[in-house]
Write a protein that binds this ligand. Structure first.
Ligand code: B12
Ligand code: SF4
Length: 458
């Protein structure tokens, strides 16, 4: 009998921290949800479902920042998160797939993708394909660096992976679209096609994904973002044309999750969930119709505050949202313009006013250490958010390959494009004429301290 098994792997990672409530392998779940009705058996192995980290020695390139973190009481050390290589290898041997897919979204974690591919290929001769943001933007370099990886998918993976599976199993003779490999020339599909599909939540172990005591599922209602913030990599994978799923399908997915897996929290990982007012209001109205399932909604990736109005915020509350996460990035209008941000302080103030009125717990995200940003501008942003009486969500700037800002940082000599494992917040790897590492970590600690005080008084 023909082998129709495809194994999709979320590899382990090494860092100072992990966001344990957001380890749901959503990209892989979407791929599985698309492949299964086409006759393939699919298994998802999420190494990160094992959330406890194992302390490992701090790599030399992070020892300076580690000392700084310790001085400010941030992070408890450098860790390996996820199942071991042996466990991954055992899962591969047991399942015996004809094709293996590995997620490679983050450039900083490519080393673990490479190690996983190398370990598998040492013992099992199965074609390996990777996809995700990192794979999309650095395909040629990846194939050169890691011959154990046979194929690299660029962009959304559903159609290319299905075509590749058909090609490898002999059901298709034409080379698949949007795939780099030594086997065939690159065959770009002009359309960034997303065949609407529902993630394969049935393949995941739902006791592993929790928010507090509640089972959590992540999903996405749409793809793409029509904005073009210069630091953001979203468009490279999903383009700038917003596409939303049918609300019927989404409501069915949510009801299914509630009934079959006792899910009580649905987390949207969309980049622009409220972009279309009509679509969003329709969804919120439909969500109110299924309130008997007691689902709590959240959008941890953030909602664009410029798309909100009081009626939307009220309807979010009515539907089951308890939190509102919005991104300001920087308070200064000069920086907002420089980074092409659609959101300004007026949008944030309005959203916070409505959220308070309708009792949504709000977090405002901001970035510390952007090129061109001064220490005063960071502290002004922190104080602006603090004075609104909401939680501050600080993130240290990390350069994302193939973005406008990344190229500018390389040009200005601020970063080296080849230091892949540095492109993460915790590397704090970019000092500018206005900011050194100490300033950045000091500001991060300041934001944390203000949050702690607020939590005590809330
Ligand atoms: C949700 C999210 C997270 C979640 C984790 C999600 C998870 N469980 O893996 C959290 C919040 C933990 C996270 C953290 C980080 N993230 Co993040 N994250 C995202 C976000 C917003 C959405 C990802 C998602 O689920 N999309 C929805 C699914 C359906 O799409 P997808 O994952 O892209 O999958 C599709 C394709 O990529 C492709 N594909 C994906 N995998 C595979 C595998 C195969 C085999 C194939 C064929 C195809 C394929 O097909 C899928 C379906 O079409 C993206 C931005 C974005 N919109 O892509 C950033 C993004 C992936 N993150 C990014 C980064 C850098 C990080 C951090 C490293 C930043 C930091 N703090 O240093 C941290 C990691 C910190 C840590 N220690 O955990 C960058 C990656 C850029 C890069 N090249 O490095 C992105 C692109 C955001 C950006 N700044 O532009 N992230
Ligand atoms: S609005 Fe958000 S998702 Fe869209 S380009 Fe800007 S940062 Fe990226």
């Amino acid at each position: 009998m023909k082998n129709t098994r495809i194994l999709l792997i979320q590899p382990p990672l090494e860092d100072f921290y992990i966001t344990s409530c957001r380890t749901y392998p959503l990209g892989l779940a979407f791929l599985a949800g698309y492949l299964k009705p086409h006759g393939y058996d699919v298994k998802i192995f999420n190494a990160l479902e094992r959330r406890q980290g194992r302390q490992i020695p701090v790599p030399a390139e992070f020892s300076a920042v580690h000392k700084l973190f310790s001085a400010y009481g941030l992070y408890s050390g450098y860790k390996y998160f996820g199942y071991s290589g042996e466990t991954i290898l055992r899962a591969v041997k047991e399942y015996d797939p004809f094709l293996i897919g590995i997620n490679s979204n983050c450039t900083a974690y490519f080393e673990q993708v490479k190690k996983t591919a190398q370990l598998i290929k040492k013992y099992v001769q199965v074609p390996i394909v990777i996809g995700g943001h990192h794979a999309t933007v650095l395909g040629p370099e990846i194939l050169q660096l890691c011959p154990e990886i046979d194929y690299v998918v660029c962009g959304e993976g559903e159609i290319p992976l299905l075509e590749l599976a058909g090609f490898i199993s002999g059901n298709r003779s034409a080379p698949p679209h949007n795939i780099l490999s030594a086997d065939f020339p690159f065959n770009a599909s002009p359309e960034s096609a997303w065949p609407e599909t529902t993630p394969g939540h049935d393949l995941l172990n739902h006791s592993r994904y929790r928010l507090g005591k509640k089972n959590l599922v992540s999903t996405a209602a749409g793809r793409g973002c029509s904005h073009a913030c210069t630091f953001c990599g979203v468009q490279k994978v999903s383009g700038n044309k917003m596409r939303f799923r049918r609300t019927d399908a989404l409501i069915e997915e949510i009801t299914d999750c509630a009934l079959k897996y006792h899910v009580q929290v649905i987390n949207f990982e969309d980049d622009n969930l409220s972009f279309s007012r009509g679509w969003f209001m329709d969804f919120l109205a439909r969500a109110q119709e299924i309130k008997n399932y007691n689902i709590e909604y959240c959008a941890m990736n953030g909602i664009c505050a410029d798309t909100l109005d009081e009626e939307i915020v009220y309807s979010m509350k009515q539907a089951g949202f308890r939190t509102l996460n919005i991104s300001l990035i920087a308070e200064s209008s000069r920086l907002q313009k420089q980074y092409n941000r659609p959101v300004n302080t007026r949008h944030i103030k309005n959203a916070v006013t409505w959220a308070k009125k309708h009792d949504l717990f709000t977090t405002v995200y901001l970035i510390i250490g952007l090129p061109g940003q001064t220490k005063k501008e960071i502290l002004d942003t922190i104080n602006f958010v603090d004075n609104l009486g909401v939680l501050i969500g600080p993130s240290v700037f990390y350069p994302v390959p193939a973005t406008v800002l990344f190229e500018k940082c390389v040009q200005d000599g601020l970063i080296n494009r080849n230091t892949w494992n540095q492109f993460r917040s915790t590397a704090v790897n970019m000092e500018t004429e206005y900011l050194n590492r100490n300033d950045i970590v000091e500001c991060l600690a300041k934001a944390r301290e203000l949050n702690l005080k607020k939590k005590i008084s809330l």
